[in-house]
Write a protein that binds this ligand. Structure first.
Ligand code: GDP
Length: 158
């Protein structure tokens, strides 16, 4: 079976592809937010919160790519909906740097369900629902590295 981790390992020929320090995280501005014109405001909030952009691209996932990215959720009832949504329009993918990046970024974006997100968080401000929730943020240093490697070559990060 394919998994994001296995594909990353195969692609990087077993080398240690985790060339981040633990002060990096990975984010996507999701199709709902790009299509509603929130990209600039969200990036502004991220930068004002002290994150530095180390890599960034405007792109669109195929269904197969979205399926692979979220394959950890493939047994969940919302998986099909999630894959369809994440391939429904353009996204912005980025690697961000800041001390304590993973935890601080999760705090900045707020709870998965915007109804439960704290005031002022990105999801509270810009997300419409638990599915269409404006932004992704890695949940661990290891996943930040794997997810960044999914989108960016070494030449594309600084
Ligand atoms: P996150 O780490 O806060 O992004 O949340 P999870 O890892 O639990 O879920 C990944 C993504 O799946 C979320 O950001 C949502 O886009 C989507 N998702 C989670 N729960 C649901 C749900 O109940 N319904 C739908 N449609 N999508 C969901």
């Amino acid at each position: 079976m394919f998994s994001l981790k296995r594909v990353a390992n195969a692609y990087f020929c077993g080398r240690n592809f985790t060339n981040y320090m633990s002060n990096r995280t990975f984010t996507m501005i999701k199709p709902d937010a790009t299509q509603k014109g929130y990209t600039g405001a969200i990036l502004d909030q991220i930068i004002k919160a002290g994150f530095t952009v180390k890599a960034m691209k405007w792109t669109r996932l195929t269904e197969a790519q979205a399926g692979l990215f979220y394959e950890v959720h493939k047994e969940r009832p919302f998986y099909g909906e999630l894959v369809a949504f994440m391939s429904s329009g353009p996204i912005v993918a980025a690697i961000l740097e800041k001390e304590n990046a993973v935890a601080d970024f999760r705090k900045l974006i707020g709870a998965t369900n915007p109804a439960q997100a704290e005031e002022g968080t990105i999801r509270k401000l810009y997300a419409a629902s638990v599915g269409e929730n404006a932004v992704h943020g890695s949940d661990s240093d290891e996943n930040a590295a794997i997810e960044g490697d999914f989108f960016f070559s070494k030449l594309e990060r600084f």
